[in-house]
Design a protein around this ligand. Structure first.
Ligand code: PMP
Length: 308
């Protein structure tokens, strides 16, 4: 994987090699950090990188920080401006992935959060597809459960919580699947290792509710909005049983990295006829049009930064 040229670290832009933390950093020892994953789409005609729903990602970062008692001194608008500055400095004229992180920066033993110093860092690098989903992917329900709100809140994008995603994804990969589906502690469908999940049943889009141990995904919200406004599809957020996946007409993952990734097999059962379905195709095409600025609406979802 390519490494970035510059990073934002300790209040300024520095060469990437200088953005280093101590092994005694609280956030490293205890996973006490929150982050975002954001895509910037390169627009050749405009000579600009368009960050997708940048303000919404930074608003979620602020919410994660409230849960984890992390101080983030930059308001959303300033974070957007810092992002633009870093993008211009890096100068990548290609699709990028942006990773802002707020972390407990004190060199300190003991996991408590109160009274512990924090800091903000961010890096970005050229990034293509996260999942090769052309013909649809194969998934399994893994043995690892999603922690519930009273364990580690999935609503906050906490670095330490990704141990759960790592265990789940590894189990799926080593068993020959492309991605994991995780259940809640009491057995309802939650989400993938880094994606939210939708199913299509009788023309209705169904997705687990925010109270079922999921990250409140920005792509999930994008899909819900586009389905209602542009596709006229009924959408329902409700508890989903595991076996509903086995009888669904279609299934797909969505996320910043995964974009829209069709699922064609779950636990050795074909989803519908075992091919990418028509609703998933419509959602995927529309999503890609919106993020790439080919759709006439939703300009306010794109934050363009001219790259000289
Ligand atoms: N769930 C988890 C666990 C994730 O890590 C991600 C990726 N951020 C998502 C869902 C999708 O969220 P978003 O659409 O905001 O990228």
């Amino acid at each position: 994987m390519q490494t970035p040229r510059y990073a934002f670290f300790e209040g300024r832009i520095v060469p990437f090699a200088e953005a280093r933390i101590s092994v005694m950093t609280h956030g490293f020892m205890y996973g006490t950090a929150c982050f975002e994953g954001i895509r910037g789409y390169w627009d050749e005609r405009a000579g600009a990188l368009a960050f997708f729903r940048l303000r919404d990602h930074y608003a979620r970062l602020h919410r994660s920080c409230r849960i984890l008692r992390l101080g983030l001194r930059y308001p959303v608008e300033e974070l957007c401006e810092l992002t633009a500055e870093l993008a211009r400095k890096n100068g990548d004229r290609a699709d990028v992935y942006l990773r802002p992180i707020v972390y407990k920066s004190a060199l300190q033993i003991g996991p408590h959060l109160n009274g512990v110093a924090d800091d903000f860092t961010m890096l970005m690098l050229p990034f293509g597809k996260y999942i090769e989903a052309g013909g649809g992917i194969r998934c399994r329900t893994v043995s690892w459960r999603r922690p519930s709100d009273g364990m580690i809140p999935a609503r906050a994008k906490v670095n330490g919580l990704y141990v759960n995603s790592a265990l789940a994804k590894t189990e799926a990969l080593e068993d020959g699947y492309d991605e994991a589906i995780m259940l809640t502690a009491d057995g309802a469908v939650a989400e993938g290792s880094t994606e939210n999940l939708f199913l299509v049943s009788d023309g209705t889009l169904v997705t687990p509710p925010v109270s079922d141990s999921i990250l409140v995904g920005i792509t999930r919200d994008t899909v819900l909005t586009l389905a209602r406004r542009e596709l006229g599809l009924p959408v329902v957020e409700r508890r989903v049983d595991r076996t509903e996946l086995y009888v669904a007409d279609e299934c797909f993952f969505c996320g910043t990295g995964a974009e829209i990734s069709p699922i064609v097999e779950i636990d050795r059962r074909p989803v519908g006829p075992g091919k990418v379905g028509p609703v998933t195709r419509r959602v995927q095409a529309l999503y890609l049009d919106v993020v790439h600025g080919r759709h006439p609406g939703y300009a306010d979802w794109r934050y363009p930064v001219g790259i000289p």
